[in-house]
Design a binder for this molecule. Structure first.
Ligand SMILES: [Fe+2]
Length: 439
């Protein structure tokens, strides 16, 4: 399957995944297998759905990595929704979260941690782009998913430092559950801020901005129960702090900010950029990746960013890229070590499907023909894949990425310098622009 913009839908395209309803627990807007039409596409756009997964020969065999099974994601969204509704009733007094809501969110954090613990290290799929759901709740779950993937990777590779300064690799489940909980409710303090300010489409006044900046401390005020871990509280309090001390509410810097809050800062900013917001349509994954990468050492902890860059891909598997000649290609493989060299499947001049690596920089597909160490012209179909692509293509399978990558290196050596971009019309639109049309 592959992800395409809704405005690219033509007659008889087959929907590959359900399109969830904006109402929690309601039946999907459309079920997988439905034959799409331009008039259906217009209705989806009106409902705020910007992208859909379709099944066709170009996407055949592509299985995007989905870190979270649908049932866990849905259950987590319901738990966050329910917890937030309970918190809403006490938000005006900044009173403690009711015990029942606390227990519910704790349970959801455990389920999320357990589900992601078995998730293979993999580039994120952006299946949520096809969702027309409520911003607030899916935002929390997506922040939690990304943050947990980063946290798990750090925990596994670097471990954690205890109060004696010793590096440890134990208590993983306990620590990750505390991280999950903090990520899910990191913005609970926003319940104390009027919706008219939170969702204001225009620029905030200085007074409104000062009010927004109180939401981390307001959140902590609602989490004084001894059942809540100090680590969870740190995330709520410090997720807007910056590595260079220029954040809020306290201006903490460096390691004075708990690592979990530094992880939350990366997950939160990335998710905010790449998700639909009330005041801003979704931006392409590569823009989000660039913002995080460029913020390393100033806004973000470099160590956290390094792990993030091995998880979130600028051109994820299943993503559709429009090539300079106007044709489309679906990303079938990406190597986390060289994410700017995705392997795509597209039609050649004879209309046959072929796979080859391309070089994309900031959403700009580089012109082929650079030549490389092997002297082989890049941009040519891969030797191992230049045969017509059959139904048994391994594209997208987790184990296929390194194999595809090896071929990609052969056919498309990394250029030693960045070449002039050719006319770019990737699926993400022009570099830096929103890739999905406004509803
Ligand atoms: Fe926040």
């Amino acid at each position: 399957m592959r992800l395409i913009r809704v405005d690219w839908i033509v007659d008889d395209m087959e929907l590959a995944r359900d399109i969830p309803s904006a109402t929690l627990g309601a039946a999907p807007l459309l079920r997988r297998g439905v034959s799409l039409t331009p008039s259906l596409a217009a209705r989806l756009l009106a409902l705020g759905v910007r992208a859909v997964w379709i099944e066709d020969d170009m996407g055949d065999g592509i299985v995007p990595n989905q870190p979270l099974p649908d049932h866990v994601r849905n259950a987590t969204e319901r738990a966050v929704h329910s917890c937030m509704e309970a918190a809403r009733s006490v938000a005006s007094d900044l009173a403690d979260l009711p015990p029942r809501a606390l227990a519910q969110i704790q349970q959801a954090a455990e389920a999320l941690t357990e589900a992601l613990a078995s998730c293979p290290e993999a580039a994120l799929a952006f299946d949520d782009l096809a969702t027309a759901d409520s911003y607030t709740y899916s935002h929390s779950v997506r922040v939690a998913t990304l943050g947990l993937l980063i946290g798990q990777r750090i925990d596994r590779i670097d471990g954690w430092i205890d109060y004696r300064g010793e590096r440890r690799f134990d208590r993983t489940v306990e620590r990750m559950t505390q991280l999950a909980m903090g990520l899910m409710i990191h913005d609970i303090g926003k319940l104390a801020i009027p919706d008219s300010i939170l969702n204001k489409p225009g620029k905030l006044t200085p007074e409104e901005w000062e009010l927004i900046k109180t939401h981390p401390t307001a959140g902590v005020s609602m989490l004084t129960s001894p059942r809540i871990s100090p680590l969870t509280r740190c995330i709520v309090r410090d997720h807007h702090e910056r590595w260079d001390g220029q954040g809020y509410p306290a201006g903490r810097a460096g390691t004075d900010i708990h690592q979990f809050a530094r992880i939350a800062a990366v997950a939160y900013v990335y998710e905010s950029i790449t998700a639909d917001r009330p005041y801003q349509p979704a931006t392409a994954p590569h823009v989000g990746v660039r913002v995080i990468r460029e913020g390393a050492g100033t806004q973000f902890d470099e160590q956290v960013v390094a792990h993030f860059l091995r998880i979130a891909m600028p051109y994820p598997v299943g993503y559709t890229i429009t090539l300079p000649d106007g044709s489309s290609g679906a990303v079938v493989g990406v190597d986390p070590e060289s994410p700017e060299y995705p392997v795509i499947r597209h039609r050649d001049a004879d209309g046959a499907l072929v796979e080859r690596a391309i070089h994309v920089v900031d959403g700009v597909v580089m012109a082929p023909g650079a030549g490389g160490p092997t002297g082989q012209p890049p941009g040519e179909p891969l030797a191992a894949h230049d045969a017509r692509v059959g139904a048994a293509s391994p594209a997208g399978a987790a184990g296929a990425v390194s194999m595809v990558r090896a071929d990609a290196q052969r056919a498309h050596p990394r250029p030693s310098h960045v070449r002039e971009p050719v006319a770019i019309r990737s699926a993400v639109g022009s570099p830096g622009s929103a890739w999905l049309p406004a509803a």
